[in-house]
Design a protein. Structure first.
Length: 271
């Protein structure tokens, strides 16, 4: 019997945090534990992981296709050792081609990029999940413009991957306003997170989709996401499991000194 994998939207924390235990201590312990719990939730090792990363956008959807992806250190001001990180998971050109085919069949222009490396929206998430880097990873870019309806539809197009042993992860952050972290984030992040919890967990599938398309009307929406690059991966994860229930798999209220942040799973764990 074919097992259908769930999808995830993960709030991926700040910078290369899994590689900075000495500096951060247990700051990200709750997030780390939630990521480490994903393999037990799945009960199996997927053939590959498709990461829709907030740190990559292109005019058209683009898929990483290198068999041996390099690293992208897309952050600044961190300790020297964080620019030597090597997360050595392989790429998967066959899965990249399958993703491209599904998107093209759905009417979207989709390109392969054989040079694209792992950005920190990918490797900081995958390292706690699969520290041995044994599972191949393919990345999918966002499409410039951040249209939520398009990204929901792309999720629908990618839904067959869930029955092909490919895990879909949207990597972003439920609150991402770099100018208002710490205590300034407490109220807007909670207001927006409360809305997310209501829409994702307690709405019907049709209501959920409609509300996500109008996310800018949510309380503190533009305070939480002045630019929505870290929210839009959620749309792909939801679209790929559009009729299925959501579960909050991570929630804390003082990340970065005041941010309310959450991660979600869509669909049941494999039986």
């Amino acid at each position: 019997m074919t097992k259908t994998l769930p999808t995830y939207f993960i709030s991926h924390g700040g910078g290369p945090w899994p590689y900075m235990k000495e500096q951060y201590g247990d700051t990200f312990a709750q997030l780390e534990a939630s990521l480490q719990d994903i393999p037990p939730q799945l009960g199996l090792t997927p053939k590959a992981v498709l990461v829709i990363t907030a740190h990559w956008e292109e005019p058209d959807f683009t898929i990483s296709s290198s068999p041996h992806p390099p690293m992208i250190y897309d952050y600044s001001g961190f300790p020297p050792h964080t620019y030597q990180i090597k997360y050595s998971a392989p790429g998967d050109p066959d899965t990249a081609l399958r993703v491209q085919t599904l998107l093209k069949d759905a009417g979207y222009v989709a390109h392969l990029d054989a040079q694209r490396g792992f950005d920190h929206g990918t490797f900081t998430v995958m390292y706690p999940i699969y520290p041995e880097a044994q599972v191949p990873i393919v990345q999918l870019s966002l499409k410039q413009g951040y249209d939520p309806q398009i990204h929901l539809a792309v999720g629908r197009a990618l839904a067959p991957l869930r029955q092909e042993d490919i895990l879909i992860i949207g990597s972003g952050l439920s609150y991402h306003n770099l100018r208002a972290f710490g205590t300034r984030a407490a109220v807007p992040s909670k207001e927006f997170d409360d809305w997310l919890q209501e829409v994702l967990l307690r709405s019907t599938p049709d209501e959920r989709t409609a509300q996500l398309c109008q996310w800018e009307q949510a309380p503190s929406a533009r305070l939480a996401h002045p630019q929505e690059d870290h929210l839009i991966p959620l749309m792909v994860a939801v679209g790929a499991a559009e009729t299925e229930a959501a579960t909050c798999v991570y929630h804390e209220e003082k990340l970065f000194g005041g941010v309310v942040a959450s991660s979600f799973r869509f669909g049941d764990t494999p039986k």
